[in-house]
Design a protein around this ligand. Structure first.
Ligand SMILES: Cc1ncc(COP(=O)(O)O)c(C=O)c1O
Length: 345
């Protein structure tokens, strides 16, 4: 399928810009699994510093960042507490049970943001016949929660409960820089509450591939063992790490434009008869809406939009998600909203 001209399916659909490709082409490289790739080393140093952690490791994907972190923190039979819509529950092929051999305990929330009381209630008593609550996992921004940003006070509250109970605190920061730009809370300020956290390079930051997982020196040493075991150890990976370095230097502040564009789109489609916004506010770059009152289902709306050269994802029978990103210009949002209006009316 040809990529539609206005592709709001996901911020993973960005293509590297000419300047990013130039940085990749010129990257100094070496054997990354021997720590001889200067560009990978630079990227890991930048992310560790950004997140206020001792060390970091470059991985092929955000999924691998979550799964390796869980493997380091958990022993078989342990339990991970997280939101019921969190990515590792729904989109990582059962990784927590297959790889860390941990089970998950889900918290039910509106926007993926749970409370300290919910965590307290979910933590297991220490008894021989119950699983051990081992990791608390926080997703920031929340994907299925509408791109919501965790307030730092809430992060402090939930991670304190985890720590008081001997658990590790982990952050899935697939869109952490969106949260940083929107809230004005420095990444380091988020980072200091976590034993492990990562950011994705291949979403709003616009890189073709990769995630960077950070934590203590000891945590990263253990993470390296699993990176090797899972086949995630690379060679001249500086070629792709260079995109990450470039993105951290040039693509962070601009995330504010994506948020503004998402709000423009959200306001425009809220006026269309039959379209119901799922969340009362659009905080970052994700816009969720329901089409049930249009008389069409989400798959049909998505398919008909393609005829207008617009792609929006069907996320359920009637639920749709539009995502703004680097490859979407401000003027295209009105065009996409107009296409949606035509399709549903
Ligand atoms: C919240 C969240 N976590 C993890 C991931 C996984 O990232 P990756 O696609 O780099 O494996 C995604 C990807 O969509 C995500 O949205």
């Amino acid at each position: 399928m040809k990529t539609p001209r206005i592709d709001l399916y996901s911020d993973t659909h960005t293509k590297p810009t000419p300047a990013m490709r130039q940085a990749m082409a010129e990257a100094e490289v070496g054997d990354e699994q021997n720590f001889e790739d200067p560009t990978v080393n630079k990227l890991c140093g930048m992310v560790a510093e950004l997140l206020g952690q001792e060390a970091a490791v470059f991985l092929p994907s955000g999924t691998m960042c979550n799964q390796i972190a869980f493997r380091v923190h958990c022993r078989p039979g342990d339990e991970i507490i997280l939101d019921y819509f969190a990515h590792p529950i729904n989109a990582e092929s059962g990784g927590p049970s297959a790889l860390a051999q941990a089970q998950t305990r889900t918290l039910h929330t509106e926007r993926g943001i749970f409370t300290a009381d919910q965590v307290r209630e979910a933590i297991r008593p220490v008894r021989r016949h119950v699983p051990s609550s081992r990791v608390l996992s926080v997703e920031n921004t929340t994907n299925a929660g509408g791109g919501s940003v965790w307030p730092i006070a809430d992060i402090a509250a939930v991670t304190s409960v985890a720590k008081e109970n001997g658990m590790a605190a982990h952050m899935d920061g697939a869109r952490l820089m969106n949260a940083v730009v929107e809230s004005g809370t420095p990444a380091k300020e988020y980072g200091r509450h976590f034993d492990s956290l990562w950011l994705d390079l291949s979403k709003g930051l616009g890189c073709p591939v990769g995630g960077v997982l950070a934590g203590s020196a000891d945590f990263i040493e253990q993470a390296w063992r699993f990176k090797q075991q899972m086949g995630g150890a690379m060679r001249q990976a500086g070629i792709i790490a260079a995109a990450g370095v470039y993105a951290l230097e040039h693509h962070v502040e601009r995330l504010a434009e994506d948020h503004e564009n998402a709000r423009t789109f959200s306001r425009a489609i809220a006026q269309i008869p039959g379209i119901k916004m799922i969340f009362d506010r659009c905080e970052t770059n994700l816009v969720f809406f329901d089409v049930s009152e249009t008389g069409m289902d989400a798959a049909t709306v998505a398919e008909n939009l393609l005829a207008h050269d617009v792609r929006i994802g069907a996320m359920g029978p009637y639920r749709m998600r539009a995502v703004t990103h680097l490859d979407i210009a401000a003027g295209q949002l009105e065009e996409a909203a107009e296409a949606l209006r035509k399709v549903v009316s």
